[in-house]
Design a protein. Sequence first.
Length: 132
Amino acid sequence: MRCFLPVLTTALLAACGGADNASTPAAAGTGTVNASAGGEQAFAMCSACHSRTTGGAQRMGPNLHGVVGRKAGSNPGFAYSPALRDSGIVWDAQTLDAYLAAPAQLVPGTRMLMSVPDAARRKALVEYLSAP
């Protein structure tokens, strides 16, 4: 498992693009999301670990359908970190924005590896996750 974790982390960073990946359409040229591109395009980098469809699969991360208004760490069938499960957070636009900006800062001990430093991308993601 020790050998696997660095390989997995590297693969996730490559798949999810990280903060500086300009190879994705959303980040091409500027590293930011075009406001007209919308949240679906912004969510594309998240879909390596998360689904958002009703009844969608739990992946490396939980299904995010209906996340707004839900208590953190409460989606049945996903093994959350104790830190997130015990955080007491109820997801709203403000907490999602803070978590996406710096997951480990908001919830020390979370297993979420990726942050979204770009405010425009976070805004698009929060709007997308807030939609029914």
